[in-house]
Design a protein around this ligand. Structure first.
Ligand code: S3P
Length: 450
């Protein structure tokens, strides 16, 4: 079932060359953080290019419930009048974060050090995902949480009345956990220290500095050590959200596997903690260029030009790169099916606790489409068949996971027989214009009649 309504079965069939300009929406991670940090300062933060996907709209609604004034000004422009650090009001009702792990985990962090109580829930996917990874460190601040067995939503958090700062070594590579701890640290007196063994996306650190917090990062033997001084007065900002590299991945990968394609994807955020897929694709022999590299709003940005790449080769993806492309493994596995030889992906246990078990979802669907896949607890291998040799023809389950649905629709664009997904509804969480955007490039993606 779709996260919001009835399932939307979709089909993608082989098409002529994909050509043109693909203007993908704003970055999801930065969009969530813009709303949450905007709600935690005094004054008006303006946001241009906000992703208006369901995940982010759910976060906007949540920020209103905690007392911020959030307005949609039209054309991707939004305004947030915040309540200040420690100023969150207690919500009247349950906070429904829909499909969004980032939304719920960051908001839990943001409210954990305020003397309020809030209950969180989500859709069937989110209510199955682990929350103890966030509530364990939040307990160190003095926040209590009661949820379902296994630390699942729905869950109620009782914010700390007298929060204390913490020092926390993040046990899994997760920007959501790191960010939850930092946001909680905002309303704790003194210094909160977060250490991550592997660098994950650093938008929270960059944006906290931009909002005027005292925050520093040091490389130590334990890893990246981030020190935040609590109870700052955050200053309202004017934010321009770069376009999402995780969404850009779909038209880029489609162009690489559809013969004759040449697609320009402008204005993509290329923060090194996010750009691992593009490095990997180039190592596989992709004709993928960065044009007009520049900086916008404190983030590196470039225009990506992707062309059909007939000579793709399977590679071993370095495990230390995993965090910088964690959301892109599903679509990489599709490109790998069209490459010659094996693509080996190791050190990716986290893929099993995303919106779905992404290794299982992709391996099952790829096998049904005639591609051989091997997998283990934290690794998987796709045995590439080369261009023109991927059978396709199967119906794939999207498991309430936008990236699984989009990945299989990309597969259908270059497979020998059309590929179906049982539900394209979740695509609206992160990439609401996926269908018209891919259609305008020349793709044959359609909704099936009931
Ligand atoms: C995100 C962090 C990642 C990523 C998610 C967005 C973020 O999750 O998969 O799509 O915005 O912080 P984890 O923190 O679970 O790795």
């Amino acid at each position: 079932m779709s996260s919001h309504g009835d399932p939307i079965p979709m089909t993608s069939a082989a098409c002529g060359p994909l050509t043109g300009v693909a203007e993908v929406p704003g970055d999801k991670s930065i969009s969530h953080r813009s709303l949450i940090l905007g709600a935690m300062c005094i004054g008006e933060t303006t946001i241009a290019g906000l992703l208006e996907g369901q995940d982010v709209l759910d976060t906007a609604k949540a920020m209103r419930a905690f007392g911020a004034e959030v307005s949609d000004l039209g054309g991707g422009n939004w305004s947030v009048r915040g309540v200040g650090v420690g100023g969150f009001a207690e919500p009247d009702g349950v906070i429904d974060c829909g499909n969004s792990g980032t939304g719920v985990r960051l908001i839990m962090g943001a409210m954990a050090t305020s003397p309020i109580v809030a209950t969180f829930t989500g859709d069937a996917s989110l209510n199955g995902r682990p929350m103890a990874r966030v509530t364990d460190p939040l307990a160190l601040f003095g926040c209590q949480a009661v949820g379902r067995t296994g630390g699942r939503l729905p869950m109620t958090l009782v914010g700390a009345v007298e929060p204390v700062p913490v020092r926390y070594v993040v046990p899994v590579p997760s920007a959501q956990v790191k960010s939850a701890v930092l946001l909680a640290g905002l309303n704790a007196p003194g210094q909160t220290v977060v250490i991550e063994a592997e660098a994950t996306r650093d938008h929270t650190e960059r944006m906290l500095a931009g909002f005027g917090a005292e925050i520093s990062v040091q490389e130590t033997e334990e890893g990246r050590e981030i020190t935040l001084t609590g109870q700052p007065e955050l200053r309202a900002q004017q934010i321009e959200v770069p376009r999402d590299p995780s969404s850009a991945a779909f038209p880029v990968c489609a162009a690489l596997i559809v013969p004759g394609s040449d697609v320009l994807v402008p204005g993509i955020g290329l923060n090194p903690t996010r750009a691992g897929l593009f490095t990997t694709l180039r190592e596989m022999g992709a004709d993928l260029a960065y044009e007009n590299a520049r900086e916008e709003g404190g983030e590196p940005v470039a225009d990506l030009r992707a062309k059909f790449s007939p000579g793709l080769k399977g590679i071993e993806v370095p495990p230390e790169r995993a965090a910088s492309m964690i959301d892109e493994y599903p679509v990489l596995s599709v490109v790998a099916a069209f490459a010659e030889g094996q693509t080996v992906m190791r050190g990716v246990k986290e893929l099993r606790v995303k919106e779905s078990d992404r290794i299982d979802a992709m391996a099952t669907g790829l096998r049904a489409n005639g591609v051989e896949v091997e997998d283990g607890p934290d690794w998987w291998i796709v045995n590439g068949l080369g261009h023109g040799n991927v059978p396709g023809g199967a119906v794939c389950a999207s498991h309430l996971d936008h990236r699984i649905a989009m990945s299989f629709l990309i597969l259908g664009m270059a497979a020998n027989a059309p590929v179906k997904v049982d539900d394209g509804g979740p695509i609206a969480t992160s990439f609401p214009i996926f269908e018209p955007l891919m259609g305008a490039l020349g793709a044959q993606v359609s909704r099936d009649r009931a």
